[in-house]
Design a protein around this ligand. Structure first.
Ligand code: DQA
Length: 149
């Protein structure tokens, strides 16, 4: 079965205990199950990974992207400053959807900018966990219409 990578950055292992107003009440395990169930509908499987370390996320991308069809990523705060993650996503040469649980456009000013957005075919913000099921649908539609790139 073709595979999507589902990647989470720093502090997202704490979902369920973080500020529910911004991030909802769902745990990361629940989000991974939600995405996996949604992907199965379209005959894709999910390989999920979370790390609090920028380098570990990049190592995972380098190892796994050659075997994947697309990427769903919520990089946490790395969204706002990690040019290394941006480069790794460009190098992946796969369709990427950026997801944020909270509405990063309407929070502290430093959250407004995403340095990884230019490596992505879409960005979904502020829809809590529902954003992830939309991301699966966008990836599937994109691959159907344009292939992997
Ligand atoms: C987040 C938004 C980021 O600004 C923040 O650092 C996170 C989570 C979100 O999903 O809304 O950790 O990516």
């Amino acid at each position: 079965m073709p595979k999507f990578l589902l990647i989470h950055g720093p502090n997202l292992n704490k979902l369920g205990t973080r500020d529910g107003k911004h991030y909802g009440l769902t745990t990361l395990a629940n989000i991974e199950k939600l995405v996996s169930d949604e992907a199965k509908i379209y005959d894709y499987e999910i390989k999920a990974f979370q790390s609090n370390h920028e380098g570990a996320l990049i190592d995972f991308l380098q190892a796994e992207t050659p075997k994947a069809a697309g990427i769903i990523i919520n990089p946490g705060a790395l969204t706002h400053y990690s040019y290394a993650l941006f480069d790794a996503l460009v190098d992946a040469n796969l369709p990427v959807i950026e997801v944020h649980l909270s509405d990063i456009k309407n929070r502290e000013p430093f959250r407004k900018n995403s340095v990884i957005a230019a490596a992505c075919i879409g960005q979904i913000v502020g829809k809590k966990e529902i954003g992830y099921t939309e991301a699966v649908q966008l990836l599937v539609r994109h691959i159907k219409n344009y292939g992997r790139d």
